[in-house]
Design a protein. Structure first.
Length: 367
């Protein structure tokens, strides 16, 4: 069964830059050039919250591993930590001297790594928001930085066309991958921690083994790749590109599995849920879409069990009953402890949804 569009969130007023699921999949966070962070409820008819605080575009968002905090980075040079609740309280810290492009929690939730146009990668403690150290060997904007699953390494991607691998303890650059013909927009660790994948403006996705520092796979697309996300099984990779498509790559077979059409204009960001049964995408069309992977659970259930104790994989396929494309939002402004953010109620119509999907979205094109 092919991946299918399940939810469709409208509420941002400019391009969506970043999406991330909470651990329990009850919430989805998105950041946008409209300077807002939004938290969407994955339950039908539940409210979406718009959090105002950043003075300029929100470039990146991420839930902490526990889901009790959301970090965001902005063109206003700050990082904010939010409590994703009705009040939407946040603490702000002056993180960099230029746009913050990337925020990422370590898997234990104790550290935060940020990347910026000031050419540095910085590491912070989460609870005191205390600055620990800078990594500064990139010679151009740093677009993305990620901790390895075990927290010992950091990988960063830059407009200097390199991907750098750092040892968190020694704070030294262990290796630079220089095989890119373009700027590197996004990089992440494979769930096993043994490989990294990088997306670039030369239309490629490259997967490297970081134990031998060799190129394992090279996917040549026909448009700039803005973002990527590994499926938690490690068997699939989803990408978002400027040609408006999302692509699912089968890493075991080394081939393109699906090309998904949904966004009108560049697809800017994409992320799998922590269980891997959903993925979310955002685009310059201001929309956030949630897709059901519909991979056969047998394909990756065993892998997940060996990798993540305590993760149960649901082998049953749920048919889609409720969807909410074409959501119309009622805006009500609430003053809350001096903070103005809007709560928006979603109204749903199944017929609209179906017509919308059939009519406007060429949702699935299998390659």
């Amino acid at each position: 069964e092919d991946p299918s569009l399940e939810r469709h969130f409208k509420g941002h007023r400019d391009a969506v830059t970043s999406v991330d699921f909470s651990l329990n999949k009850k919430q989805l966070a998105s950041g946008s050039m409209d300077s807002c962070l939004m938290i969407w409820s994955m339950r039908p008819q539940m409210r979406a919250y718009r959090f105002m605080g950043h003075k300029d575009a929100v470039m990146c968002v991420q839930f902490s591993p526990s889901g009790h905090l959301v970090a965001s980075g902005s063109r206003d040079k700050t990082v904010r930590l939010w409590v994703p609740s009705v009040k939407g309280e946040s603490t702000v810290f002056k993180a960099h001297t230029a746009t913050v492009r990337s925020v990422h929690f370590s898997s234990d939730g104790q550290s935060l790594v940020t990347a910026s146009d000031d050419k540095t990668v910085k590491v912070w403690t989460v609870h005191r928001q205390k600055f620990l150290f800078s990594l500064s060997q990139h010679i151009n904007w740093v677009r993305c930085a990620r901790f390895s699953p075990d927290g010992r390494l950091i990988v960063s991607a830059s407009d200097d066309k390199t991907v750098k691998l750092w040892d968190k303890t020694s704070r030294e650059c262990i290796h630079s991958f220089c095989e890119h013909g373009g700027f590197v927009n996004h990089v992440d660790f494979h769930p096993s921690g043994t490989c990294i994948a990088a997306a670039a403006t030369d239309n490629t996705v490259k997967v490297w083994d970081i134990r031998m520092n060799r190129l394992l796979q090279h996917y040549q697309g026909n448009a700039v790749v803005n973002s990527l996300s590994f499926h938690p099984s490690g068997n699939y990779l989803v990408t978002a590109s400027n040609d408006s498509t999302l692509k699912i790559l089968d890493l075991l077979e080394g081939r393109l599995l699906y090309t998904l059409h949904g966004h009108q204009g560049p697809a800017t960001c994409v992320a799998f849920s922590r269980a891997g049964d959903l993925f979310a995408s955002g685009g310059s069309d201001e929309q956030v879409m949630v897709w059901k992977t519909n991979f056969d659970a047998a394909d990756y259930g065993d892998v997940l069990k060996t990798q993540k104790p305590g993760t149960s994989v649901d082998g049953t396929r749920h048919t889609l009953v409720e969807m909410d494309c074409g959501v119309h939002l009622k805006k009500t402004k609430t003053q809350d402890s001096g903070r103005n953010h809007e709560q928006q109620e979603e109204m749903t119509s199944l017929t609209n949804t179906l017509e919308h999907i059939m009519g406007q979205l060429d949702v699935l094109t299998e390659v």
